[in-house]
Design a protein around this ligand. Structure first.
Ligand SMILES: [Zn+2]
Length: 81
């Protein structure tokens, strides 16, 4: 299925209802029409992003800075459990 964030078809299924986008380097899950998007940080933990807007913002900053996202930006985009 195409990436819900960037619409790329450069995606792969990596698990049950779990997909990976090679263009925005995010993982997302689809279940019953609900899509959740995850950012994988440097330690390999999945961080749930608030919504598609947050995911787009994150991808844009990563592309522009070509590196890891500053903690303070990330903080505003993810759902803290
Ligand atoms: Zn994507």
């Amino acid at each position: 299925m195409p990436c819900p964030v960037c619409q790329s078809i450069n995606t792969g299924k990596i698990g049950h209802n779990t997909y990976y986008c090679a263009d925005c380097l995010l993982e997302y899950t689809e279940s019953g029409g609900e899509i959740e998007i995850f950012y994988i940080d440097a330690e390999g933990s999945s961080l749930a992003l608030k919504d598609k807007e947050a995911a787009l913002k994150l991808v844009k900053s990563i592309r522009e800075d070509k590196g890891l996202l500053p903690e303070e930006i990330l903080e505003g985009l993810i759902v803290r459990s």
